[in-house]
Design a protein around this ligand. Structure first.
Ligand SMILES: [Zn+2]
Length: 108
């Protein structure tokens, strides 16, 4: 009776070990497939100065920004839409007259 029990336990351990390996392989495979869409171009939109992002899409690179004065804190009412391009511009603040540089860097 005892011998039979030992045998059953042993074979159980063996099969559960094999199951573990199979499950591990399946997890690895699943991780690979889910990571594939991430390999598409992803845009990083960084505001260096003179703007605030109101909307940004890292997959398409499309974003909206508002002009912002670093001197007095003025922010434009309307946002400007840009499609995946960096912005190097300047504007004269209507509130304090400061010549504010706008610099937005888009990298992939
Ligand atoms: Zn200003």
């Amino acid at each position: 009776m005892n011998d039979k029990n030992t045998l059953t336990r042993r074979s159980f351990l063996k099969s559960s070990g094999a199951l573990g390996v199979v499950a591990g392989a399946a997890t690895l495979l699943a991780a690979c497939t889910t990571e594939q869409p991430d390999n598409e171009a992803i845009y990083t939109i960084t505001v260096k100065s003179g703007a605030t992002l109101t909307e940004s899409n890292s997959t398409t690179g499309r974003y909206k920004y508002k002009k912002k004065c670093s001197s007095c804190g003025y922010e434009s009412i309307f946002a400007t839409t840009v499609n995946g391009k960096s912005v190097l511009d300047e504007f004269k603040c209507p509130r304090c007259g400061f010549l504010q540089k706008i610099e937005i860097v888009v990298s992939t």
